[in-house]
Design a protein around this ligand. Structure first.
Ligand code: PEP
Ligand code: MG
Length: 567
């Protein structure tokens, strides 16, 4: 049994799919050229079949431009110059096929990499990808590929990149377990928005399992069991059924109001990563989108998304949400989120460095493209634009000035621009402390506790060693939240929270008492939070929250909250 962090709720009994990219050890061997050439041609055929299947499965998920990459891959497998040189080497030197592919592939890769033209540099990546696949087939080594999964599985991986997670097919991926990661790592966040059960940070799993082993994933208590006993399978199948029943019973609250027993209303909204996630928010009775993380649009691409591509994505979300508020966060890249096609400076502390609004105010070309797409999309719904990682008022003013400039440009070009609200994320303590001043200029503020906790405790949110400092219930954090809410309310502005804390069962009562107006969480948490809000008294929670602010430790706060909801 492995203990990890329950990152996205659910209980699954299924089979293992190991996501591991095998390392090949290729040596030169003398061999019969005829049989090596036949191995090569079988491997080429298998590679072509793989590429065609991946391409077919990606239709509808990727843009035409991205799909064209697979055509380029197919062309590599049929290139007479490339294949001819491999065959020639096998024959003239009497050597093994994988070695010849490695040598000739390597030569082509270096040649293309050395070229100045970006187009040819990309071809180097294509050849690298394809030669790896051909070598694996020659050596009979299985290449895992998420797009090829066609039976129900639990994916076991060291970690999943955000784009791996974004490509998971929900029909077959029943859950995933990773060796590293925490509750707020991006793979965990994506798992919640896709509503796929996940346990992360479960330790050394890969060396302990094989493809097809049976596996239990208890993403309620953060447990992974590989090759379970009959008894364990029975126990967890029952647990899975009970969880499904509980989820079913919450469905009656889908259209119910989010109102306390004494008539205080709050908004319960969803966090999304892609336009497809809107379905989950609506199915779970979300009253809006409180955080659309637009960085996934950039991370799933091979080049910066164009204004048109972004416009389509934002418009789709706004239209699907039918006038319910949609908070779109501008590009929050950097820290743990990098783009393969955009070089980042090497920094000692990337989380404290060149990221989010800092990067956007520097690379205004990237920022302006996104803002233009957003402004054009504003006609199609209830848009709120939010800037991430704001530390100073000047940053907000600079960002606002760029928006206004682009608005003028668009109108001059003959476009129409609708209404929108402009807000900031409060995830840096400096902004929380100065919230009353920000509130004079913004339309709203949303507290990003995932980062606010790491910055106020100086504890990296990805580090397991200092995870004990990651304390949402520490009174110091509650005071920062309180300052933000009060600062906003003083100027009549609404204050939300889109960090993971907003959806936690224990956090809802105290945040309610502190006066939070909007709670944004993963779709699957919305109904549970609504049930809770409807059973609580706002007046009582206000008294409890006031008391919490006077305590000294997170443990005392947790105890107080538990007592107050047990009544
Ligand atoms: C946050 O910091 O709380 C937040 C919502 O942003 P992210 O998790 O994307 O950094
Ligand atoms: Mg953040």
């Amino acid at each position: 049994m492995y203990k990890g962090i329950a990152a996205s709720s659910g209980v699954v009994v299924s089979k293992v799919y190991k996501l591991e990219h095998p390392v090949l050890h290729i040596e030169r061997k003398t061999s019969d050229p005829e049989s090596e050439i036949s191995k090569l041609s079988i491997a080429l055929e298998k590679t072509q079949r793989d590429i065609e299947t991946i391409q077919k499965k990606a239709v509808g998920k990727l843009t035409d431009e991205e799909l064209a990459i697979f055509d380029a891959h197919l062309m590599v497998t049929q290139d007479p110059e490339f294949i001819g040189q491999i065959e020639e080497m096998i024959k003239s030197e009497g050597i093994n096929a994988e070695f010849a592919v490695n040598e000739v592939g390597g030569m082509f890769i270096s040649m293309f990499e050395a070229m100045d033209d970006a187009y040819f540099k990309e071809r180097a990546a294509d050849i690298k990808d394809v030669t790896y696949r051909i070598k694996c087939h020659i050596c009979n080594v299985m290449i895992p590929n998420l797009a090829l999964i066609d039976e129900e599985v639990v994916i076991v991986a060291h970690d999943l990149t955000p784009s791996d997670t974004a490509q998971l097919n929900k029909a077959f991926t029943k859950g995933f377990a990773t060796e590293i990661g925490g509750r707020t790592s991006h793979s965990a966040i994506m798992a919640r928005s896709l509503e796929i059960p996940a346990v992360v940070g479960a330790g050394d799993l890969l060396s302990k399992c094989d493809h097809g082993d049976s596996i239990i994933l208890d993403a309620l208590d953060g447990v992974v069991i590989i090759k379970p006993t009959e008894e364990e399978i029975r126990h967890y199948t029952n647990k899975a059924n009970r969880f499904a029943e509980m989820k079913q019973s919450l469905k009656v609250l889908k259209d119910a109001e989010s109102v306390t027993t004494d008539g205080h209303h709050v908004e319960l909204v969803g966090n999304i990563g892609t336009p497809n996630d809107v379905v989950g928010v609506l199915n779970n009775g979300g009253e809006g989108v409180g955080l659309y993380r637009t960085e996934f649009l950039y991370m799933d691409a091979t080049a910066l998304p164009t204004e048109e591509e972004q416009f389509e994505a934002y418009k789709t979300v706004l239209e699907r949400m039918k006038n319910k508020p949609v908070v779109v966060r501008t590009l929050d890249i950097g820290g743990d989120k990098e783009l393969s096609y955009l070089p980042f400076p090497k920094e000692m502390n990337p989380f404290l460095g060149y990221r989010a609004i800092r990067l956007c105010l520097d690379r205004t070309d990237i920022f302006r493209t996104q803002l233009r797409a957003l402004l054009r999309a504003s006609l199609y719904g209830n848009l709120c634009i939010m800037f991430p990682m704001i530390a100073t008022l000047k940053e907000f003013r600079d960002a606002k000035a760029i928006i206004e400039d682009e608005k003028e440009n668009l109108i001059y070009e003959g476009h129409k621009v609708g209404k929108y609200q402009l807000g900031i994320m409060v995830e840096i303590p400096a902004a929380a402390v100065l919230a009353d001043q920000f509130a004079k200029e913004v339309d709203f503020m949303s507290i990003g506790t995932n980062d606010l906790i790491q910055y106020s405790m100086a504890a990296d949110r990805m580090s397991e060693k200092v995870a004990y400092l990651y304390q949402p219930y520490n009174p110091s954090l509650l005071r920062l939240i309180k300052m933000t809410i009060d600062g906003g309310h003083k100027e009549g502005k609404w204050v939300g929270m889109c960090g993971e804390m907003a959806g936690e069962e224990l956090a809802v009562p105290v945040l309610l008492g502190l006066g939070l107006d909007e709670f944004s969480m993963s779709a699957s948490s919305i109904l549970g939070a609504r049930k809770m809000v409807r059973e609580l008294s706002f007046a009582e929670m206000k008294v409890m929250a006031e008391k919490a602010l006077t305590l000294g430790t997170a443990e005392e706060v947790i105890e107080l909250i538990k007592k107050s909801i047990a009544k």
